[in-house]
Write a protein of this length. Structure first.
Length: 161
């Protein structure tokens, strides 16, 4: 009997640890109470996804990673398209990093892409320990690094699985 109680307590403790420190669920439409089409087609509005909170404590940031991060007491989701110490410039249908065109597999909706100012039409340097993030659906007018600049590593909450 005592052994079963210890196993049950251990199971609950491990489950709580995993939920809060390794992977926790989020629903895209629940972030900031806004309609969640900013990351379509990668993440659909209302889709449940998991966030790995330990990933970047054990690994490094990579181009194309979808992350959640905190900015001005809100939680946001976007994709990394620029890494620390790179120079980024966004022009019509093109993302350039260090004067080379960046290409990923996303077919972004570029309609009304001129939203914000950071890195738009003129190059901007991404500081050390920061990343530059964009929505996949640029016409959604979702705030991302075009609006509030690069995201500090300290504000990244985890990687979306």
């Amino acid at each position: 009997m005592f052994k079963k109680i210890i196993l049950a307590v251990l199971f609950v403790a491990v489950s709580v640890f995993i939920y809060f420190f390794i992977a926790s669920p989020y629903r895209i439409s629940g972030i900031n109470g806004e309609k969640g089409n900013c990351m379509e087609p990668a993440i659909k509005d209302g889709q449940l996804y998991f966030v790995n909170h330990l990933h970047y404590k054990l690994s490094t940031y990579k181009m194309g990673d979808i992350i959640i991060f905190r900015h001005e007491d809100k939680i946001w989701v976007s994709k990394i398209v620029g890494l620390e110490n790179q120079e980024i410039k966004i022009t019509d249908n093109t993302i350039s990093l260090d004067n080379k065109i960046y290409s990923d597999s996303i077919q972004r909706n570029w309609q009304d892409w001129r939203y914000g100012h950071y890195g738009i039409e003129s190059p901007a340097k991404i500081p050390s320990r920061h990343v530059y993030v964009l929505s996949d659906n640029l016409s959604a007018h979702h705030d991302d690094s075009r609006v509030f600049g690069p995201i500090s590593y300290d504000n990244i909450l985890g990687k979306v699985w």
